[in-house]
Design a protein around this ligand. Structure first.
Ligand SMILES: Cc1cc2nc3c(=O)[nH]c(=O)nc-3n(C[C@H](O)[C@H](O)[C@H](O)COP(=O)(O)OP(=O)(O)OC[C@H]3O[C@@H](n4cnc5c(N)ncnc54)[C@H](O)[C@@H]3O)c2cc1C
Ligand code: FES
Length: 243
């Protein structure tokens, strides 16, 4: 469903920004699904995981890394932005011993996932103590800061083999988590223009075949094999259009 929603609040969470919009008729969907959120002044919306759902609001945690996310981070309460979703495939919630794993802005879908799974343990990794302020959004979290890695903390878990790992974070972290458990569920990223299968902008190689990540993913089982981006996200052509 696409709707124009009113921004209800924007606040700092360490270096990130939590953008809240009225929920209106939008369904929150399954954790790990995403929304295409209008970035004011830009041609294309940006994919965002749902971070929080409460009190008639949807919350998105933003890392202002470029023009789209910066324009979203600068939104003001009362402004109206178009939001489309929920889209894609989220996490399979029929897990027995969930452990949430997040790295950096990859923690974005974990607060909503944690609530839906009854606040299971989480292991979160950040670059600095400032970034780690975002851990306050995830209950029952063990936090590690570089150079300690989330996989170092996971290795110390009792019965790691029996754990259902649900992860979101940088590619290197996802690959390391995949090597720990073939049943791990991993939320991947690729550049997305439409979010619903029409543009092929998110084409990636999964198990050697070309797939649209917005349709097949973004959450994939580690057992589906390596996901390989076809266009490195920082090597996209500069078309001169304010995308
Ligand atoms: C399913 C999905 C869910 C996402 N959820 C969130 C979220 O909850 N919060 C959040 O802050 N971001 C999220 N992202 C990433 C976010 O959409 C991109 O960072 C954003 O589109 C960048 O737009 P920009 O114009 O700000 O920066 P750009 O100028 O497009 O990019 C700035 C920098 O980020 C890199 N980058 C851009 N897009 C991606 C990408 N998809 N993956 C990896 N690197 C990228 C570029 O290479 C560049 O270095 C998600 C992405 C996907 C695919
Ligand atoms: S983003 Fe358009 S096909 Fe996936």
């Amino acid at each position: 469903m696409r709707a124009e929603q009113r921004v209800t609040g924007v606040e700092d969470v360490g270096p990130y920004r939590l953008l809240r919009v009225e929920r209106g008729g939008l369904q929150p969907g399954t954790p790990g699904q995403f929304f295409m959120v209008e970035a004011p002044g830009r041609l294309l919306p940006r994919p965002m995981s749902l971070c929080l759902e409460s009190g008639g609001e949807l919350g998105f945690l933003l890392d202002p890394v470029g023009p789209g996310t910066r324009s979203l981070a600068a939104c003001e309460p009362g402004q109206r932005i178009r939001v489309l979703g929920p889209l894609g495939n989220g996490y399979d919630l029929s897990v027995v011993r969930p452990v949430l794993v997040g790295g950096g802005i990859g923690i974005a879908p974990l607060p909503y996932l944690s609530r839906r799974l009854g606040e299971p343990p989480a292991v979160l990794g950040f670059r600095t103590a400032w970034h780690a302020e975002a851990a306050e959004l995830v209950p029952n979290a063990e936090v590690v800061i570089d150079p300690v890695l989330v996989t170092d903390a996971l290795a110390e878990l009792d019965d790691l083999e029996g754990a259902d790992l649900l992860a979101c974070g940088p590619e290197a972290m996802l690959r390391a988590v995949a090597s720990l458990s073939p049943r791990a569920q991993l939320a991947w990223e690729a550049p997305m223009a439409c979010g619903y299968g029409a543009c092929y902008g998110c084409a990636v190689e999964i198990d050697g075949a070309l797939r649209r990540l917005c349709v097949d993913g973004p959450v994939l089982r580690a057992s589906r094999g390596a996901m390989r981006g076809l266009t490195p996200v920082d090597a996209r052509p500069d078309t001169g259009v304010a995308a």
